[in-house]
Design a protein around this ligand. Structure first.
Ligand SMILES: Cc1cc2nc3c(=O)[nH]c(=O)nc-3n(C[C@H](O)[C@H](O)[C@H](O)COP(=O)(O)O)c2cc1C
Length: 334
């Protein structure tokens, strides 16, 4: 797949996720093999008003490239100006969000609301393509509801408007994040457009990644929720595709050390209190499935200090080492 100067073969991408895919998390995912990362969506209104939180989200680091900045909004002039500002921040490309389902976005005729008006989606895309000197891509859903699937028309229209790639979250707007993503649309979309088509929705394991490529012919696969607290998925998926062998589970030491490294990056980028609070959503994933993790989770999600979190996590890692050693001894005695 080629988007502008970026070329990736069977790329596994990190999905844009509000309050999740900030710069530290993107860096972590790139280290673990994500081929392209996306910022959280950024409000076009916020960007043209120079709102602090929106401007903050434009910060990029060279080590995270290739990176896309995603913007959302419903007004053509505002979106076009916002796209210009986003492009000035130096992303590898600009992505337009036509898929967000949440009410306060949709009521502003933004995000998935555009699925009810594909011609407006096309006008918006064209205006942005004409205004910026970077490739422009689109991320959307199948349609507003099961009875109004418009993705084939939308794909043609945004290609005509000059979009460089299309990501399809294989659900409808009214499904939100529930129900099964329907990947069977991907080969149908690929029949009607020549731009790269990126599959998104319900890719949770290395086997899912391979199945997504093999069963649909997608040009790339994008992972959202399954990467939260588990950036290792990118590396494991690639290893599986390369070797055909499912890699072993990630060792608890690596999970705990990566979690702490991620938190340290957050602390380097944000004020301490905010970093510690916003990080709480990540512990569940990093500790998921580890033996007796409830007590450690309780400590870390209440803690206000890095040192306390590190101490709790390292004590827990030691306890897991001892547990593993005890299991090995009892297994060898069977
Ligand atoms: C917490 C959260 C925040 C999200 N924020 C965005 C966003 O800012 N932009 C966007 O295009 N999609 C956003 N999404 C949707 C994801 O990019 C993705 O399309 C969706 O989660 C389906 O992929 P998955 O099944 O791999 O999670 C968000 C999803 C979640 C769970």
């Amino acid at each position: 797949m080629k988007i502008g100067d970026i070329e990736v073969e069977q790329g596994v991408l990190l999905a844009p996720m509000e309050d999740v895919t900030d710069l530290p998390f993107r860096l972590i995912c790139r280290r673990y093999g994500a081929d392209i990362v996306y910022t959280e969506f950024i409000s076009s209104d916020g960007l043209v008003r120079d709102a602090r939180r929106s401007m903050e989200k434009l910060r990029l680091a060279d080590e995270e490239r290739p990176v896309a900045i995603q913007i959302f909004g419903g007004d053509i002039d505002v979106m076009t100006e916002a796209a210009r500002r986003a492009a000035e921040s130096g992303p590898d490309f600009v992505d337009i969000n036509f898929g967000c389902w949440v009410k306060n976005v949709v009521v502003r005729n933004a995000g998935a609301a555009l699925l009810k008006d594909p011609p407006q989606m096309q006008r918006l895309t064209r205006s942005i393509v004409d205004a910026v000197d970077k490739p422009v891509t689109v991320k959307t859903r199948l349609g507003w509801s099961k009875s109004s699937i418009v993705i084939l028309d939308v794909a043609r229209m945004i290609q005509d408007a000059g979009a460089a790639a299309l990501t399809v979250h294989c659900r409808t707007r009214d499904m939100g994040h529930d129900g099964e993503a329907d990947w069977t649309w991907i080969p149908r979309i690929k029949e009607v457009v020549s731009i790269p088509v990126i599959l998104n929705g319900d890719v949770k394991t290395p086997e899912d990644v391979k199945r997504a490529f093999d069963s649909t012919g997608a040009d790339a696969v994008m992972i959202g929720r399954a990467a939260i607290g588990h950036p290792f998925l990118f590396r494991r998926a690639k290893e599986y595709m390369r070797t055909g062998v499912v890699p072993p589970p990630v060792h608890h030491r690596e999970r705990i050390e990566t979690c702490l490294e991620h938190l340290r990056l957050e602390l380097a980028w944000k004020p301490q209190r905010r970093a510690i609070h916003e990080f709480r959503k990540h512990y569940g994933g990093y500790l998921k499935g580890l033996h007796s993790n409830a007590h450690t989770r309780q400590i870390v999600v209440r803690s206000e200090s890095y040192d306390e979190i590190e101490q709790a996590m390292m004590t827990y890692a030691d306890a897991l080492d001892e547990h593993d050693a005890a299991v090995r001894v009892s297994d060898s005695q069977v």
